[in-house]
Design a protein around this ligand. Structure first.
Ligand code: FBP
Length: 609
């Protein structure tokens, strides 16, 4: 019997559907409730833009003088003072405003809810304009209207696919002029930039440029990045996206810990995204309690060499072997390589050599030829280190460069580098057990049985890289509500004629406090390639933070015995559906096991907004 539908087969259609992005799950998540902070309700209980008042918090900036000189007009207006959102009780509604929004950088779960939040707060009287393709779309004027129907489709869904994104940096005078043209052509009164530290730095410069050139368009940034490294103390505990991504990685790592303990033969080495900061790795470690988790910031601060990192992991492997545990999980942060002191020096030297001799090196036919050309140009220590690396890593270090000629550290397979070095070290230990164990100073006094056991160690490793799996996932209930609140905050700021701010929400455990952080107050001056650059400083793991301290206090125990925990899949309702990331709860000093509370749960009707 043949069933005919739009695919020509009714039976097939009834199973897989004929429409795009319409799985049962996707249909269901669109209707999930979102928490809405009380700041966004008017006196009649309807969603409305917030108004803003000054708080007593003034951002301290070590480079205040230079920042004020670089952003004179914005600083004259906001004076580094943090604003707080309060409900609007005036009943006056603003209409006729046109607000553009774009995504910048890597995707992060919650982006689509930023658009929903903006749309909700702008209401039917104002227009939301989506800029397609990220900052490049802003330069080229790729602008479309975002309708209620669009919001219905994208609400609570993952990804940045609705508008797209890219990593174009807006730097040159021509680019600023192009931005101005797009804004004027589309009569935008507001521009909202959803991005990480670089994109929010860009937002600060665009705000200042508009003030200088008389363009009446308020510019507001929204903090996003799964890496978690755009955070401002207790004013902004994390950007949106971090919660979802870390929950996904924690589920997968939790599964691997179970597999390790079940198959009892593998060491799983898991590299976790996070271009610079190890915040993701730390959160996943707190969730899953692996045998080893490397934290780049600690390695840099304590000047720990690659050899020492390898030795410390080998020590855990041998100790566990002696306890009959010939398996485990090792977490490796993506940015590790640049934090290892001698690797950082090597990369710096390579960047300089490759920039200076780029053409000569490019023309050499084989990798060997290129390496032979490069080695003498390095310091002896770096040349020796380079020669000790596996061929594939050497190749990545010299061939895989980004647009600025720098090593693409995220592409370097650090987890595989560690596996190779550990394998070599273990084979050495097996061959020369007497050198490492037995009688003698500084040696582990192993019994003859233990020495036999060490000689029989087998090291079977599996490598994994978790990153893209989490960036475009359906947001957790937290990220769905948090991103919605950030969208509402940004929309309210634009309507309130505030420019040069980053939207923020804090107090995740008690209803959410809506804030606006003056962007110039976040900017510091760094020397890059001999030139001064204005950048928002990345928020890294602090060794003094409660989250790191808790990890450090437990790690030896987790290394010796199986404390593995499996946090399981993300829940959209149920016992863990409101869980705040452990590292955030610890660092913000929230009560233990506090659920997030970002206001009243509402079922949105996109047709109403
Ligand atoms: P953003 O900071 O732009 O949010 O991106 C973060 C990130 O996910 C990093 O963790 C990772 O190194 C990088 O993006 C990978 O980017 P790409 O998409 O260019 O491969």
């Amino acid at each position: 019997m043949t069933h005919r539908g739009s695919s020509g087969n009714d039976l097939a259609d009834s199973f897989v559907g004929t429409e795009k992005r319409r799985s049962l799950f996707e249909q269901a998540v669109r209707t999930l409730p979102i928490s809405v902070c009380s700041t966004f309700f008017d006196k009649d209980g309807k969603i409305a833009p917030a108004t803003f008042r000054e708080t007593e918090t003034v951002l301290e900036n070590a480079d205040q003088g230079r920042i004020t000189a670089a952003f004179p007009r914005t600083v004259a207006k906001n004076r580094f003072v943090v604003l707080e959102g309060v409900p609007s009780l005036s009943g006056v509604s603003i209409s006729g405003r046109r607000v553009g929004v774009l995504f910048s950088g890597g995707p992060a779960p919650g982006g689509h809810n930023v658009l929903a939040g903006l749309k909700a707060v702008l209401g039917k009287g104002n227009t939301l304009l989506g800029i397609r393709g990220g900052p490049k779309g802003l330069l080229n004027g790729r602008v479309v209207e975002v309708t209620s129907r669009d919001v219905r489709d994208i609400l609570n869904t993952g990804g940045f696919n609705f508008l797209g994104t890219d990593r174009t940096k807006i730097k040159s005078p021509q680019q600023f002029e192009q931005v101005r043209e797009t804004v004027l052509q589309n009569r935008m009164d507001g521009l909202v930039i959803v991005g990480g530290d670089d994109s929010n730095t860009n937002a600060a410069f665009i705000a200042e440029y508009f003030e200088t050139t008389g363009v009446k368009c308020n510019v507001v940034g929204i903090p996003k990045t799964i890496d978690g490294d755009l955070a401002v103390g207790n004013l902004l505990p994390i950007p949106f996206g971090f919660d979802t991504a870390t929950k996904i990685y924690s589920e997968l790592v939790g599964n691997l810990t179970q597999d390790a303990a079940s198959a009892v033969k593998y060491w799983h080495f898991v590299k976790l995204m996070g271009r610079t900061a190890s915040k993701i790795t730390l959160e996943v470690a707190l969730q899953t309690k692996p045998a080893v988790a490397l934290i780049s910031e600690e390695i840099a601060e304590k000047n720990i060499s690659l050899e020492n990192i390898v030795d410390s992991i080998v020590q855990v492997i041998t100790e566990r072997r002696l306890r009959g545990l010939n398996y485990g999980v090792v977490l490796v942060p993506e940015g590790l390589i640049e934090f290892i002191p001698e690797m950082r020096d090597l990369i710096r030297e390579l960047n300089a050599v490759l920039a200076e001799y780029e053409k000569d090196i490019r023309d050499l036919p084989t990798l060997r030829n290129k390496l032979e050309y490069i080695y003498p140009l390095l310091t002896p220590q770096s040349a020796q280190l380079m020669a000790s690396l596996p061929d594939e890593i050497e190749e990545m270090l010299i061939l895989d460069r980004d647009d600025h000629g720098n090593v693409k550290v995220s592409q370097i397979e650090t987890e595989k580098l560690l596996i190779e070095k550990i394998r070599y070290k273990i084979s050495e230990i097996k061959r020369h057990t007497d050198r490492y164990f037995g009688e003698g100073e500084g040696k582990f006094a192993a019994t003859p049985e233990q020495i036999e056991s060490i000689r029989r160690i087998t090291f079977a490793a599996q490598s994994h890289f978790l990153g893209y799996e989490g960036r475009s996932a359906k947001p957790t209930t937290f990220d769905a509500s948090f991103a919605f609140a950030l969208g509402m905050t940004a929309g309210s700021l634009v309507l309130a004629d505030k420019t040069g701010y980053m939207a923020a929400v804090t107090d995740f455990h008690k209803g959410g406090r809506v804030l606006a952080i003056p962007l110039p107050g976040l900017i510091t001056v760094e020397m890059r390639k001999g030139k001064e650059e204005f950048v928002i400083e990345k928020s890294l793991v602090k060794l003094s933070s409660p989250s790191f301290q808790v990890y450090a206090a437990n790690r030896d125990k987790w290394a010796r015995e199986d404390y593995f925990s499996s946090p399981g899949p993300i829940q959209h309702w149920g016992p863990t559906s409101k869980q705040i990331p452990i590292s955030v709860a610890l660092d913000q000093d929230y009560p233990e096991f506090a659920d997030f509370d970002l206001g009243k749960e509402c079922r949105l009707d996109p047709d109403e907004i």
